[in-house]
Design a protein around this ligand. Structure first.
Ligand code: FES
Length: 160
């Protein structure tokens, strides 16, 4: 097993930040056109030292092991970042301690990046505490997303 695969297995043994954040400020859902996997991310902001920063990030995934491991790492390292700092993070930075993604796994990281960007876009323009419900286009749970008609519910983000 490669060092990357070993780290993914370690991350999966104790995944962080799984599940919904009630009253999240931003929620983002993406589906991968490459493999059909889906991931949703929740962001909750707080004020710290005069800056609005991410207090908690969490996720739910119907995805491969790599996507789950990256989401676990990413939701840890997002804590304390401003929205602008979070937006600037590259896929390879979001992988944290997993190290660089192998070429075959880059789209798994892009699923996490897409959910993060979607959540930042849905963050009600950075107004803390103003969003206490999912945007109209989001089903209440990721499982519910799968049972809705694709159009207008599951946001497909083009992955370059
Ligand atoms: Fe689909 Fe990894 S194979 S996200």
């Amino acid at each position: 097993m490669s060092s990357f695969e070993t780290k993914v297995q370690e991350a999966l043994a104790n995944p962080h930040n799984q599940g919904e954040i009630p009253n999240a400020d931003g929620v983002g859902t993406v589906g991968s056109p490459e493999c059909g996997d889906m991931l949703r991310m929740w962001l909750k902001f707080t004020e710290k030292d005069g800056k609005r920063v991410i207090d908690r990030a969490s996720f739910q995934a119907f995805g491969c092991q790599t996507a789950i491991a990256v989401a676990s790492m990413a939701t840890e390292l997002l804590r304390g970042k401003t929205a602008a700092e979070a937006k600037d993070l590259t896929v390879q930075e979001l992988t944290g301690g997993l190290g660089p993604l192998p070429p075959m796994k880059i789209h798994c990281g892009q699923l996490v990046e897409g959910a993060l960007r979607n959540a930042l876009e849905n963050d009600a323009a950075g107004t803390p505490g103003k969003v206490d419900a999912l945007p109209a286009n989001q089903a209440p749970t990721l499982a519910a997303s799968l049972h809705r008609k694709p159009a207008g519910t599951v946001r497909i983000v083009p992955l370059d």
